[in-house]
Write a protein that binds this ligand. Structure first.
Ligand code: NAD
Length: 264
């Protein structure tokens, strides 16, 4: 294969359907010659993921619920078995109970707090730990975060607290793995209508607000996230680690509501 990712092999975690951020990333990587393994959450998703994987030339699928330590071990054992080593991992996974993605953060239950932190934060560290043994020097890990980590965003609640912890873990992992030449970064994507995002109350308002108040006056697409992911997963970004890279049409740099007449 030709391209920036020629000869590179990686694991994509978090593909659910063709609206997933993981899909935008997988397409961008495929166009540049990457070879990919896809892990999916459960049997029900397999039927969705299989044809998408085939579209990007992959028949390498592994079932992996990240809350299941044994399934995580199996995933990396299968990769070791088939490939022997690894160049990149994309972690595009998050979860919180829908009924706590509305109302007040203060009402978060201890059970959902722990669940959200486990799936959305700890799993990235658990993945990094297992990937470390297989990653080649120059390897790259990428996770997905959101602006609700840095600022209050209505209804994002416990997920915002989890994303803040995820962003901190990117910095700690970057130093831990830096000695081996492995890089760890996050993309902070603007809001996109995906399956996971549909669980957030008031998503439509978030999308409208972002479109009207971002520097580029638009919402971002999963393909745009894919383009930036390609950079962070390729050798082009060999000098970049521990970063939270915003792909949000410049929403986070605007400090005051814009009042254009021609925006919604
Ligand atoms: P999505 O629903 O397409 O993807 C979420 C994925 O998480 C699904 O594939 C789901 O199977 C997986 N997942 C959830 N629990 C899991 C578990 N226990 N084990 C294994 N997999 C599990 O939605 P998306 O928006 O593409 O989400 C991908 C990532 O991007 C998430 O971390 C999300 O928080 C982040 N993100 C999304 C947006 C947005 O607006 N859509 C913005 C910024 C960041």
């Amino acid at each position: 294969a030709n391209g920036l990712m020629a000869g590179k092999r990686g694991l994509i975690m978090g593909l659910a359907n063709n609206r997933s951020i993981a899909w935008g990333i997988a397409k961008a990587l495929h166009a540049q010659g990457a070879e990919m393994c896809f892990s999916y959450q459960g049997e029900a998703l397999k039927r969705r993921v299989e044809p998408l994987a085939a579209e990007v030339g992959s028949d390498f699928l592994v079932e992996c619920d990240v809350s299941d330590e044994a399934a995580m071990d199996m995933t990396f054992a299968e990769i070791k078995n088939r490939w022997g080593n690894l160049d990149f991992v994309v972690h595009a996974i998050g979860f919180s109970n829908k009924d706590e993605l509305e109302g007040r953060y203060i009402d978060t239950s201890p059970d959902n707090f722990a669940l959200t932190m486990n799936i959305s934060v700890y799993s990235f560290t658990a993945v990094a730990k297992r990937a470390e043994a297989l990653l080649n020097p120059g390897g790259s890990l990428l996770t997905l975060t959101y602006y609700g980590a840095a600022k209050y965003v209505p209804n994002y609640n416990v997920m915002g607290v989890a994303k803040a912890a995820l962003e901190a873990s990117v910095r700690y992992l970057a130093v831990d793995m830096g000695k081996k030449g492995i890089r760890v970064n996050a993309i902070s994507a603007g809001a996109i209508k995906t399956l996971a995002a549909s669980g957030i109350s008031g998503l439509r308002d978030m999308l409208h607000w972002q479109e009207a108040n971002s520097a580029l006056r638009k919402n971002v697409t999963t393909d745009e996230v894919g383009g930036s992911a390609l950079y962070l997963l390729s050798d082009l970004s060999s000098g970049v680690t521990g970063e939270i890279h915003y792909v949000d049409a410049g929403f986070n740099v605007v400090g005051m509501k814009l009042m254009d007449q021609d925006t919604p």
